[in-house]
Write a protein that binds this ligand. Structure first.
Ligand code: NAD
Ligand code: FES
Length: 297
């Protein structure tokens, strides 16, 4: 069992958990993630590690409510526990002094971009960060990204905060203004990573993206996270999650991530129905009780 020592919403639907996980905290490097399970029969989900504190033995994860498991996870509070947390998984980011690096964080992907930005800054790079969100409320880690960046540019899709537009608009502006960029690191929704990669391909700027396929075991055995890189199959959990954005087949990634959409929607609808029944009749919600049972083990 992994104790949640602090839980706090960073934005609507986006929650940060500080979890007691000393072995993971000692080993974690930027770019890595964990796979967790909240109750015995529950699915395994990959989650971004935003930060770790080896002295306190804690890791920070950031979770966006998207399906049943992440919605259930985000109901957990300080003092609750998570059944399994496996990691750190994946290859760490390739940190060295490139020169000027642009770190692009889209929505909740900013949480994964943050530790990489910290490490790139420590390695002596000039770090320009671009953070994009749908609206003002969904901008996360602004203070943290500002502290670690030589410059921070923010966009919102609806213009409710900072500049209206997509992260790619800011990247385009930097390029048009003649800023010499040696590397772009982009973490966020697939459409964003694809758009960033298409833009930088034309400009011949090396670009690294962090892929988020479906994952199950996280050990390279199940094949769930297979991605197509330069025409060859690779497993994001052991060969990635970071890859050269100019070599990623984003269409295959989108198609594979959509494979279980109908089942996911059904599961979410069933979960909401049980939650409603629990609220209306004081019944114990089956899914919620699963997580609570996990707590007691
Ligand atoms: P979102 O849909 O709100 O988009 C965030 C930002 O991405 C937007 O504000 C915009 O600036 C940019 N963007 C979106 N579509 C674009 C397009 N067509 N062209 C250019 N830019 C575009 O993001 P969200 O809802 O927070 O979702 C974040 C995604 O990041 C999730 O899909 C999640 O799975 C993924 N994620 C990935 C990793 C990883 O390791 N790769 C880690 C955490 C999260
Ligand atoms: Fe199973 Fe990567 S998650 S091979």
């Amino acid at each position: 069992m992994f104790k949640i020592v602090h839980a706090q919403f960073l934005a609507p639907g986006i929650k940060r958990f500080v979890i007691q996980a000393p072995r993971i905290a000692r080993k974690q490097q930027p770019g890595q993630f964990v796979i967790l399970r909240i109750y015995e029969e529950g699915e395994r989900i990959p989650v971004t590690i935003e930060n770790s504190d080896p002295e306190k033995g804690t890791i920070n994860i950031v979770v966006q409510s998207a399906g049943k498991t992440t919605t259930l996870l985000n109901t957990l509070e300080t003092g609750d526990s998570i059944l399994d947390v496996v990691g750190p998984l994946g290859k760490p980011s390739d940190i060295r002094n490139y020169g000027t690096v642009v770190v692009v964080g889209g929505g909740v992907g900013t949480a994964m971009a943050y530790p990489t930005a910290v490490a790139l800054k420590r390695a002596g790079n000039r770090v320009i960060s671009i953070v994009g969100a749908r609206n003002k409320e969904l901008v996360i880690l602004e203070r943290e990204m500002r502290e670690v960046s030589d410059a921070l540019l923010i966009t919102t899709d609806d213009g409710s905060y900072a500049d209206k537009g997509f992260v790619t608009d800011k990247l385009r502006q930097l390029i048009d203004n003649g800023v010499r960029i040696d590397l772009v690191v982009a973490v966020g929704p697939i459409v964003m990573m694809k758009a960033v990669s298409e833009l930088t391909r034309k400009e011949k700027i090396h670009t690294v993206v962090s892929l988020n396929p479906i994952m199950i075991d996280g050990t390279g055995m199940c094949g769930g996270c297979r991605v197509l890189i330069d025409g060859k199959s690779e497993f994001a959990c052991v060969d990635g999650p970071e890859f050269d954005g100019h070599k990623v087949n984003f269409e295959v990634l989108v198609q594979r991530n959509g494979m279980y959409r109908t089942a996911e929607q059904q599961s979410m609808e069933e979960f909401k129905r049980l939650q409603k029944a629990e609220a209306e009749e004081g019944e114990v919600c089956a899914a919620t009780s699963g997580a609570r049972q996990g707590e007691q083990r």
